[in-house]
Ligand binder design. Structure first.
Ligand SMILES: Cc1cc2nc3c(=O)[nH]c(=O)nc-3n(C[C@H](O)[C@H](O)[C@H](O)COP(=O)(O)OP(=O)(O)OC[C@H]3O[C@@H](n4cnc5c(N)ncnc54)[C@H](O)[C@@H]3O)c2cc1C
Length: 544
């Protein structure tokens, strides 16, 4: 038994007491909700897990699948995503079940005998120690499971509403619940029946073929053609020495493979490059069989043998570089005139090549960016114009990812003889690792991001970038902790104060700051925290 902030907890302290909309939560979808999220993929489920922390907000997440994702789709988890998992309390568990990706090996045609591949180098994934968290691989289904658990343990006791498919929506000019959404039951005893739900806000996280996107008139622009991979999760017997290492393998004549070792220690994923897809011949590439993909992989890996004994999952994954010009329902030219009511996130708003493993990772960050903002506006902590920063911030990231992805894909696709020198691939890889790991996101000055005016006071923490963790010893008990790991996805603002060396009780800059925060009418803690709430409810102060 532990004594926690709210009292004795004799059970699992991760399970918070049910409150607000979590008490007697109706199993059936109500007619009115504060936020309706469409799609329980990485983008939607993260936004839902974040909103689930707020018992006074009624959020529902509808998903056309009739149950959890079981297998397949993305598998690469970048360190920035693991940082995010830490904020939801499950980083240690998912890392323990994932496969650690520490190095990437590059294989190319042997200059002496180009029909054979040889290893040219192995590079570290994070040579500069950008994060204390690792790059792991684990199936997307497990990521969704952990977020579903975080939702279920939250005060709102949220769970996805399975088997409901989005059809269309209308946004009224006024009213408390201006968005009317039409859904249809996609399974179960009510299959085919229509439902209408009214919402204050709608999040379209319904994937690359998003209908929410169409309903708000957003059009993705970019490449006209797609690129295709034969993707297979397999158990294989092989004499290839790097079968447990992430590899970029380029053959002379048969194309390339991205090889990803997977959780559990036995399974491996192959992305076998099937090339650009002519829009008029898409059906043909989709019919590529697993046997054809295996045969191609065997040729690429020559002289090593690849004997595939079992295929756990196979798909032809086809995707193009595309991004929408806005991620909400406010048309160009009207930005700033009204607050958005409908948003698109994840693959609904941007898609890019699987090679750089960004799809699931960036989609989760979209959901994270939007979730707390919706909560702040719905709770009256912020004006509705905060919601416009979502599109501004994330649309730019969508564009950057595509630029990054194209650069990486063109480096990867260069025939070996065309590279400026033999290490161009490795050099390119090192330059982009920080970006690929999710740490290059830097938001521009806005109502929530300050200008660089005071940057000189904290040069190691670029304004607009994620707060980088560091190890520090806790004064109270001497425990060595990561500062960043203390932050939870609870929507609070955080102040990190790096203390001076004044003796206890003596006047110091920290004492002056503490007095100001506690007593000054200008103090944000005093000025904004509603009377009657805990002093730490909206702001958390960390003294280091
Ligand atoms: C079949 C498939 C294979 C993939 N393979 C790979 C891969 O091998 N490697 C890789 O890196 N990435 C892969 N991806 C992409 C990767 O999974 C995505 O980038 C990532 O999941 C994006 O997350 P998201 O939440 O935006 O969208 P998604 O994960 O696509 O989630 C969208 C969710 O919305 C639901 N939905 C869709 N339409 C509706 C509707 N009208 N009403 C209600 N619910 C709806 C879907 O069922 C889905 O659960 C694959 C994606 C798919 C769909």
């Amino acid at each position: 038994m532990k004594f926690h902030h709210q009292g004795y907890v004799s059970g699992d302290p991760r399970i918070q007491p049910a409150q607000g909309s979590g008490i007697d939560r109706p199993t059936d979808l109500p007619d009115r909700v504060d936020v309706l999220i469409v799609g329980a993929g990485p983008a939607g489920i993260l936004a839902a897990a974040q909103l689930a922390q707020f018992p006074d907000i009624d959020t529902r997440i509808v998903e056309r699948r009739c149950g959890r994702l079981e297998v397949g789709q993305a598998d690469g988890i970048q360190p920035r995503s693991v940082e995010t998992f830490q904020a939801f309390g499950f980083a240690d568990r998912i890392v323990a079940e994932g496969c650690l990706i520490v190095e990437t090996a590059f294989w190319k045609p042997d200059p002496q005998a180009p029909e054979r591949i040889v290893r040219t180098s192995r590079v570290l994934e994070d040579p500069n120690g950008v994060s204390e968290f690792p790059h792991i691989t684990v199936n997307q289904a497990r990521v969704l499971d952990y977020f579903a658990e975080a939702m279920a343990n939250a005060p709102t006791r949220m769970a996805p509403d399975w088997g409901l498919e989005f059809q269309d929506l209308q946004v009224a000019d006024a009213g408390e619940y201006p968005v009317t959404v039409t859904l249809v039951h996609s399974g179960g005893p009510r299959k085919g029946q229509t439902r209408r739900v009214r919402a204050r806000y709608v999040v379209g996280a319904d994937g690359a073929h998003s209908r929410v996107r169409g309903a708000i008139g957003c059009t993705p622009s970019g490449d006209s053609s797609n690129h295709a991979w034969g993707v297979m999760d397999v158990l294989a017997v092989t004499d290839f020495p790097d079968i447990r290492v992430k590899c970029a393998i380029q053959s002379q004549q048969n194309g390339s493979i991205l090889l990803i070792p997977r959780e559990g220690g036995h399974m491996v994923r192959f992305y076998v490059d099937l090339g650009d897809v002519d829009p008029s011949a898409r059906a043909a590439v989709r019919q590529t069989t697993v046997e054809q993909t295996i045969a191609r992989a065997q040729k690429i890996m020559h002289p090593y043998t690849l004997d595939v004994r079992e295929v756990a999952w196979y798909s032809v994954y086809e995707v193009g570089h595309r991004v929408c010009d806005r991620f909400d329902d406010v048309p160009a030219g009207h930005a700033g005139q009204r607050a958005p009511r409908v948003f698109i996130a994840g693959d609904a708003s941007h898609t890019h090549s699987a090679k750089a493993g960004q799809g699931m990772n960036v989609s989760m960050q979209d959901g994270f960016n939007l979730g707390w903002k919706l909560a702040h506006v719905l709770q009256g902590r912020s004006p509705a114009r905060l919601l416009s920063t979502y599109s501004t911030e994330r649309q730019r990231i969508g564009q950057d990812i595509i630029a990054f992805d194209k650069r990486w894909a063109s480096i990867m696709a260069k025939p070996p003889g065309e590279a400026r020198d033999t290490s161009e691939l490795e050099q390119g890889y090192l330059q982009i690792t920080e970006f690929a790991q999710g740490f290059m996101t830097q938001y521009q000055p806005s109502m929530i991001t300050g200008s660089a005016q005071h940057q000189a006071l904290a040069t190691g923490y670029p304004i607009g970038k994620r707060f980088r963790s560091a190890r520090a010893t806790r004064v109270a008990d001497g425990a060595a902790l990561q500062i960043g790991h203390e932050a939870r996805a609870d929507g609070r603002w955080r102040l990190y104060v790096f203390a001076d060396a004044a003796p206890a009780g003596a006047d110091s800059a920290v004492k002056t700051l503490a007095d100001w925060l506690a007593h000054s009418p200008q103090s944000p803690v005093r000025g904004f925290t509603p009377a009657g709430l805990d002093a730490n409810a909206w702001f958390e102060l960390k003294l280091i």
